[in-house]
Ligand binder design. Structure first.
Ligand code: 5GP
Ligand code: MN
Length: 336
């Protein structure tokens, strides 16, 4: 947790109305959007002028989150967003550990700012750009940390149904619906409090998971069809080329969660999904593991990425075929 000195300083910063920007990582997920919007509603209640600025567009399956329609998108509207950022007195960065996670364009704009940064994040190896850091990889989600942060400020009673709905969303998505190892008794007690405050937990699960398009299921089918299993390495992997995605009519967010299927097989401890993105000229890679294999370490070492022990991501600038070959070549030298 932050020191009591940090908390006291942040409390005095927030004692009078301020202009505040909140920032998720690029390609924001449920935890990034939930933590930003949860904190957004809290700071609005406290009378601040708050803007959430996402580096790029967030996926459609999160567009029901309260106030998601107010989120500004840096890469769509960079002049206006840069002007807002320059005007801000406090910048919160949520659910990421290094500024490069916001993408080249936004990182450059953020580096120019002189306002203090406050980081709330659960990824390993935080950078040192923030004046105040609440960085703790033992939390399952940034949303759970935002709950503790608001309580540390002595404002827990302000957490209402709207704030709790946002925070509940990130806790659910980052815990794989309460199944990953960092899900604690405290996680469940927080969620119990949210439900007592009126959060419609069942409705949120439906909005998150029973809301897919037919195209998304076709994309899932293709990824399952493409999946390869390497039993000698306890590994599986799959891929989607840009051509496949285009022919199946993909939209942003359609590939979310598909990587987990590769881990649902018996005796498979490591899986990867490779998604070609021709527009960005990269292959985006997702890694998942069970048992002790550390995919954060693996992604850092081999694919210019990072994340958590059992869920990480990375990228490759080579083509899809070369990237898959490189991946397979790494397996011989690691213990899975
Ligand atoms: P996903 O596979 O769902 O995109 O990401 C899994 C986890 O790894 C998330 O916590 C995400 O924030 C993190 N992650 C994904 N891509 C990268 C990356 O390129 N760099 C780093 N440091 N973390 C990543
Ligand atoms: Mn997260």
């Amino acid at each position: 947790m932050m020191t009591s000195q940090d908390i006291a300083e942040i409390k005095s910063l927030l004692a009078s109305p301020k202009k505040i920007a909140l920032i998720p990582h690029r390609n924001p997920d449920g935890d990034a959007m939930g933590s930003n919007l949860g904190l957004y509603h809290f700071l609005k209640l406290k009378g601040h002028d708050v803007t959430v600025i996402s580096p790029n567009e967030f996926p459609d399956f999160l567009n029901w989150l309260p106030a998601s329609d107010t989120v500004k998108v840096f890469e769509k509207d960079s002049d206006n967003c840069t002007a807002i950022l320059k005007n801000c007195e406090i910048i919160f960065t949520l659910d990421f550990n290094v500024l490069s996670r916001t993408g080249d364009m936004m990182e450059a704009a953020l580096k120019e700012l002189t306002a203090p940064f406050i980081m709330i994040d659960h990824h390993q190896k935080p950078g040192d750009y923030a004046k105040y850091m609440f960085s703790e990889p033992n939390y399952g989600s940034t949303c759970e940390m935002v709950y503790h942060f608001i309580n540390a400020l002595g404002e827990g009673s302000l957490i209402d149904k709207t704030i709790a709905t946002c925070l509940y969303t990130g806790i659910v998505t980052d815990s794989g619906s309460f199944r990953y190892p960092l899900t604690t008794g405290t996680t469940h007690r927080i969620v119990a409090e949210f439900i007592d405050k009126g959060v419609d937990n069942s409705e949120i699960h439906s909005l998150l998971y029973d809301n897919h398009s037919h195209n998304r299921l076709q994309i899932l089918a293709r990824a399952l069809h493409n999946m390869k299993v390497l039993p000698e390495y306890k590994t599986s992997y799959t891929y989607l080329s840009q051509e496949e995605l285009n022919s199946l009519g993909h939209t942003k967010g359609d590939t979310e969660g598909i990587v987990n299927y590769g881990l649902s097989m018996k005796d498979i401890n490591f899986t990867a999904m490779f998604t070609e993105n021709k527009e960005e000229g990269i292959i985006k890679i997702s890694f998942r593991s069970k048992d002790g294999f550390d995919v954060n370490q693996y992604a850092r070492e081999h694919f210019n990425g990072g994340g958590h022990i059992n869920a990480a991501g990375g990228k490759s600038n080579e083509n899809l075929e070369a990237t898959l070959q490189k991946f397979i070549a790494t397996l011989a030298n690691i213990k899975i």
